[in-house]
Structures are given as C-alpha cells and as structure tokens.
Design a protein around this ligand. Structure first.
Ligand SMILES: Nc1ncnc2c1ncn2[C@@H]1O[C@H](COP(=O)(O)OP(=O)(O)OP(=O)(O)O)[C@@H](O)[C@H]1O
Ligand SMILES: [Mg+2]
Length: 351
C-alpha cells in the first residue's frame, strides 16, 4: 500500500515536470565523482578533479586555464590537480571554491543545459558537507539556477530507492562513509554519522600492508585503488589474488589476498559502531524496522561479501538485514532529481 502511494506521487511529479517548461536537475557532488541527471533524460558522470597548468608552457600547450575530469587526469603531469571536496567537506580556500564552481559549470555544460528555461536543482553532497558547508555550496551554485537546495547524499540515495521510512543508508564513497537514518523527513544532523574510513582509506591501507609484507617493492595508491576495484572482498577468499608489480626491470608476481582482505575489512568497525548507534538511539517502536532495512550504497558497496559479513556482525547485536542499492554511480543524482521534481512549486520561491 505504502509503495503504491509513493509510486503514484512520483508519476504525478514526473508528468508535472514533463508538462512544465522548467528543467529539474539532480547532482551528486562527490569526492571521487560528480554525477548529473536531468528531467529531460540526460545523465553524465565525471571524476571530481580539476587541473590548472603548472606553468606558462603548459598553459600554451593545453590552451586552457582549467581542465576537468578525465581530461585533467590525462594531462596530469603538466597540471596542478585539485579535488575540491576532500574527506567529505568542500574545502574553504578561494582556489578550491573557484575549482568547485568550475566543476559544476563543466558538468552542466556536459549535458547541454538549455540556458533559456528555468532551472531547479538539488545538489547531494557528503553528509558532513550538507551540515557544515550548506551555505557556501548554495551560494556557489546559486548563480547557475533559479532555485537550488543542498541535501545529504545518503538521503538522495534513500529517495531514489523509495525507502523513506525507517531505512538506514550506508554510503561508502571515496573520502567518507556516510550513514544516514531516514524517517520520512529531511534528516537532522543527529540522523547522520560520518567516518573518514572509506575507499581512499582502503587504498592507503593496502599500500601500507603490501609494503610491510614485501619490503623491496614500491606500490602507489593508484595501483592499490585499481587492485581494490578489481578484487576487494571481506570474509573468506574465493580465490587467490595475484598481481604484477614492476621491480627494477622485471615484473614480480605478488600474492596479495590477505592484504586485500585486511584493507577491505578496515572500514567495518566504524560502519558497525555507526549502525549500532543509529539503531539504539532510534524510537524503540521502530528499531526493528530500521535494523531490517539497511542499504549499502556508493562505490564501496561493490566490495564482495560486505552485506553478508555485516549481517553476521549484526547477529551479535540482535540481527538485521543488509541489502545493496542498485546503481552506485547514478543512485544519488537520480534521487536528487526525483526530489527536485517532487518539490511543490512554492518551495522554490524560498529555496
Ligand atoms: N568494484 C569496486 N570495489 C571496491 N571499491 C570500489 C569499486 N568501484 C569503485 N570503488 C571505490 O568507491 C569509491 C568511490 O565511490 P563513489 O563514487 O560512491 O564516491 P563519491 O560519492 O565520489 O565519494 P564521497 O561520497 O566520499 O564524496 C572509490 O574509493 C573507488 O575506488
Ligand atoms: Mg558519494
């Protein structure tokens, strides 16, 4: 019954958006990637990286003062690279704010946002930024839209899943793991817990563990990130993980199964303490619903077996059920878009 009601609402907002000439936009401004979805059906995801030429020669050769996403990564040797969002927060330096504004403009241009219509956007950001950086982000983005609101990424994910009552989203990104309890309203700061143990932390742990085990090899975080994305897992290994590492002029084959397991599992204690805190401080009448409605989202939800191992850990505190949200790349942006389309027109007068 509840599902049906929600669906009707979404259909109604979708048709209202179709009839309207206004354009609604959902953006997920993450540490690792920025994704955009629009009400006229466009979607795009880029890496959240900005590069400026290192010197006058680089500037002349690249013919641009700023490069974004994959293009910046491709020319990285000639650039100073920035990540405008780090550890879940928008950095406050002028340079970083300018870079973030440029990144936003670039992603809007990449889906060819028509300049002559009214544009209303919801921007999903890591939950700490949604509390601490809300004002700067709203001001920074205000120039591009006729109405804009900042929401926390995990809430946008819940909105996309249509899991708005008694759900707990665990969004494992690059800079932060954000846990958010959703109960039918926009979440309060008390509903959100953030840990800086997420994808970037696993990469660093993997470098450290491999360097401790094999003292003669040099492993970079980029190599570790690639291996993690190919084979990360928690719990029991299904197969041995062997990688090629260049040493002097030859290639060495290293077995890194244990290191990948330990690095991947390094984020579990913070996730479990966050889940346990959000359940135990919830209305006792609904704690059972909450613990049976836990969702993993973000790139880190692709770590093999994480749902199973978390359910096992939950057995120690009365049990629970963990599911994996679909679409780690666009889930947040799609949720922000649905939310923007569902907002009543009056809302945008004050947004
Ligand atoms: N198959 C995979 N297995 C494990 N980790 C992965 C996989 N694919 C991507 N990741 C990791 O997920 C992280 C990126 O996740 P996501 O794109 O959700 O981050 P983000 O939303 O940009 O970051 P944040 O939410 O911290 O701002 C990176 O650390 C990436 O290496
Ligand atoms: Mg994210």
């Amino acid at each position: 019954m509840a599902t049906k009601r929600k669906k009707v609402k979404s259909d109604a907002s979708a048709s209202r958006a179709k009839e309207s000439k206004d354009l609604f936009i959902g953006i997920d401004l993450g540490t690792n990637h920025t994704a955009i979805s629009t009400s006229d059906g466009k979607k795009k995801s880029i890496l959240s990286i900005v590069g400026t030429p290192r010197d006058a020669v680089a500037s002349k050769f690249l013919k641009k003062e700023r490069l974004y996403g994959d293009e910046a990564l491709k020319h990285r040797v000639a650039l100073n690279l920035f990540k405008p969002i780090e550890s879940g927060l928008l950095k406050n330096q002028r340079e970083d704010l300018d870079a973030a504004r440029g990144l936003l403009e670039f992603v809007l241009n990449s889906v060819d946002v028509n300049r002559d219509v009214k544009k209303y956007a919801i921007i999903g950001v890591p939950s700490q930024a949604s509390v601490l950086n809300k004002k700067i982000i709203t001001e920074m983005a205000g120039g591009f839209f006729d109405g804009v609101m900042v929401a926390s990424e995990p809430f946008c994910v819940a909105y996309n899943l249509e899991e708005l009552e008694h759900s707990l989203i665990v969004d494992i990104g690059a800079g932060t793991t954000d846990l958010c309890r959703v109960h039918g309203t926009i979440p309060d700061p008390d509903d959100q817990i953030s840990s800086n143990k997420a994808g970037d932390f696993i990469d660093k742990e993997l470098v450290r563990l491999i360097s401790d085990e094999y003292t003669n090899v040099r492993v970079t975080t980029e190599m570790a990130k690639k291996w993690k994305e190919q084979s990360s897992f928690v719990g029991e290994p299904e197969e041995e993980i062997v990688v090629d590492v260049p040493v002097d002029s030859s290639i060495l084959k290293l077995s890194i199964t244990r290191e990948v397991k330990n690095a991947s599992e390094s984020i579990i204690p913070d996730i479990m303490s966050g889940i346990s805190k959000l359940i135990s401080t919830y209305d006792p009448d609904f704690q059972e619903d909450l613990r049976n409605n836990i969702w993993l989202a973000g790139g880190g939800s692709l770590i093999k077996n994480l749902d199973v191992v978390l359910e096992k850990e939950l057995e120690l505190i009365d049990g629970g059920s963990v599911k994996i949200a679909k679409d780690p790349v666009f889930g947040g942006a799609e949720g922000a878009l649905k939310l923007a389309m569902d907002m009543p027109p009056e809302f945008w007068q004050t947004a």
